[in-house]
Design a protein around this ligand. Sequence first.
Ligand code: CP
Ligand code: NVA
Length: 330
Amino acid sequence: MTVNLSGRSFLKLLDFTPEEITYLVDLAADLKRMKRAGEPHRYLEGKNIVLLFEKTSTRTRCSFEVAGHDLGLGVTYLDPGSSQMGKKESIADTARVLGRMFDGIEYRGYGQEIVDTLAKYAGVPVWNGLTDEFHPTQMIADMLTLREEFGDVRGRKLTFMGDARNNVANSLMVVCAKLGMNFCACGPVEQMPEDGLVETCRAIAAESGCTITLTSDVAQGAADADAIYTDIWVSMGEPAELWAERIRLLSPYQVSSEIMAHAKDTAIFMHCLPAFHDTETTIGADIAEKFGIAEMEVTDEVFESAQSRVFEEAENRMHSIKAIIYATLK
Ligand code: CP
Ligand code: NVA
């Protein structure tokens, strides 16, 4: 059956079939080829989109803006302080206003219920650019990156090391289950994904013929992995007071050369970025001063190694967000 995502919102990957997700990855690959070849693809001229950011961003914002311009769209950006949403105007009212002006709405912010409410009232597609619970656009980029490396992702093993209950880890567990990739969450028991989501993903994985494993054992988690993935230890929106506890809990899961050595020789290192792999940031320098550590979720050696695909992932954000916009607005 031909996939048709026209008019659909993109809120979380649990809402999409494996065929629909694969279609988006295929489309992202096509659009990447076109961009590289310099073939114009202004398929959506005359339409307009708005980007609502309640949290900061480099990749997601720039990807939506560049993808929008490449597709011929008008793009409006609203930063955290500059709209009435939530303060003077409810989410539902904001959605109904923006839906009358724009053909699509991107939202980055807090609870998943906010993006769900926007989608319920907007009357146009809404795209989740990251919530506390999920980061679905990142997943299309990551699956494209894995496919470029390995071809078919089915039967491969992806291990997420560290804060295995954050938005990126949750989304990886879902997309792996959907696409038949074995997923391992490797971290302390305190930071494992919620039971309900694990159960849901295990049921999906059973249908796709893959597994979902949770372990606190680093060697077991990394063993024979095709990809080791990590993310920041304290996510946006979480209080800075959490750093001390997270450093204590997650330091054993810092992705180092020793951990990479447990994985396959062909394994790649992945990270959604931004990453704390040195002290070249204000937060990194502050943590180094307070806690005496110069690297956090990944060592600088692994980040800069030949196994690292972090900048391929970052580039693929743009191609995959373009695919999501095009598929839902065409
Ligand atoms: N990976 C990612 O979403 O990056 P930004 O926070 O820079 O958008
Ligand atoms: N888990 C991170 C992802 C950033 C892209 C955060 O929410 O801050």
